[in-house]
Structure formats: C-alpha cells, structure tokens
Design a protein around this ligand. Structure first.
Ligand code: PCA
Length: 213
C-alpha cells in the first residue's frame, strides 16, 4: 500500500508548523507500506490543487492530512468536514473567504473514512492524549479535509482519508499554552498510520467517544 501524509506550512505569524516538522521525520516505510510526505501551502484553493496533484500522481490507498490546532492539548482526530470556508484570519495568500461553499456540487459534510475510534483507543493505550473532534473549524484544515473526501468520493472511494489536528510544539509558545513534544507527535502519527493499515479491510470498532458539548 501507498500512504500519502501531508502537513501545512507555517501560518498566522508562526515560524514553524508542527505538522510540517513532524512529517519530515517519519520513516519511509511503516508495516511494509510506502510513506510519501508533502508539505502543502496554508492557502484555501491552492492547498487542494497541490493535494489533488499528489493524489493523481501517486494513487495512494490512504491519505492523512495533518495541521496545527494552536492551543489544543490533544491529538484531535477529526470526524467530519463541512462545506464552508469562513476565515478568521487571512490565509498565506491573503484570502479571507466568508461563508463560501467549498464545492457547489458537494455534500454539506463528509465523514472521515479513517478508523477514528480504533485510532483513539490505540493512542490512549500508548498514553498519548487524544480525542475525537467534531469540528475541524472553518479555515484551511477543514477545507483540505473536505476537498480530500470530496475527491475520494468522486474517485469511487478508492482511497481512505481524514484529518488530524495536533498541538503546538513547546518552542512555539513558551509556557502560556498547552503543547506536545515532537517525539510524542511523531509517535502519535505512526500509531495513526499503523491503525489505519490494520483496519483497512475491516470496520472501525463500535465504542462511544461521544460528548455532551
Ligand atoms: N492549521 C490551520 C491551517 C493550517 C494548519 O496547520 C487550520 O487548523 O485550519
């Protein structure tokens, strides 16, 4: 199998993006699967163009996109992407879409096709703080997750895809916000990849990680 993993370039005044730092250090193979990595721009439409080019070039079986969720204390496995761009800050090309549909002919939302429950269980077994997130926001991360799932849908779901938000690295923020070490983030990404491979041909586990709010 081939697995495409993407990270984003720094945005919002940051000098680094933990997703780009982490994917650089991933092994070239996990469980005999080839790992391909690509850093994509934090720009609404352009990020999706770069992703689509990579997918059409490599024809991966699994596509996992990763981005920074500043202030989060957990690895957040995103459950759903929604058909809306609503930018709180400009992207790296100065775009600030407000309430703009990502795809006129797309569904209102697409659910991750990664085994999100099995992933959380494995991460927690390995003492990595992780949770299901029911919103990837309305910035470029939700955009890329939506675009990846839209494309998968168009290609008869010939690849599984989803999105992972990760915390700041300690060096980004001092002690004011939660952060996670690069080592733990990389371990988490490896576990996420391994679990997605293990569940490739079987259904996700049926346990609740539901929340009240
Ligand atoms: N995080 C942003 C976009 C790029 C990134 O790493 C987001 O959460 O939308």
């Amino acid at each position: 199998m081939k697995i495409l993993i993407t990270g984003f370039d720094p945005f919002g005044g940051e000098k680094i993006n933990p997703s780009a730092e982490a994917i650089k250090l991933l092994p070239k193979h996990i469980k005999d699967c080839e790992i391909i990595t690509k850093t994509i721009p934090t720009v609404f439409e352009l990020s999706a163009e770069v992703l689509k080019k990579e997918i059409l070039e490599h024809n991966p079986d699994i596509v996992i996109c990763i981005g920074q969720a500043g202030g989060s204390s957990n690895i957040s496995i995103e459950r759903v992407a929604i058909n809306i761009d609503d930018a709180r800050i400009p992207d790296n090309n100065g775009n600030t879409p407000v309430d703009k549909k990502i795809k006129e002919d797309g569904a209102n939302a697409y659910f991750s096709t990664l085994p999100i429950k099995a992933i959380i269980t494995k991460l927690n077994e390995n003492n990595i703080p992780a949770k299901i997130s029911n919103s990837a926001g309305t910035f470029v991360c939700n955009h890329i997750m939506y675009q990846s799932l839209y494309l998968a849908n168009q290609l008869n779901n010939n690849f599984k895809t989803g999105f992972i938000h990760i915390p700041f690295l300690p060096e980004q923020i001092g002690k004011a916000y939660p952060s996670m070490s690069l080592e733990n983030i990389i371990t988490a990404i490896e576990i996420i990849i391994e679990t997605t491979i293990d569940y490739f041909y079987i259904d996700d586990i049926n346990v609740s990680y539901g929340t009240e709010f």
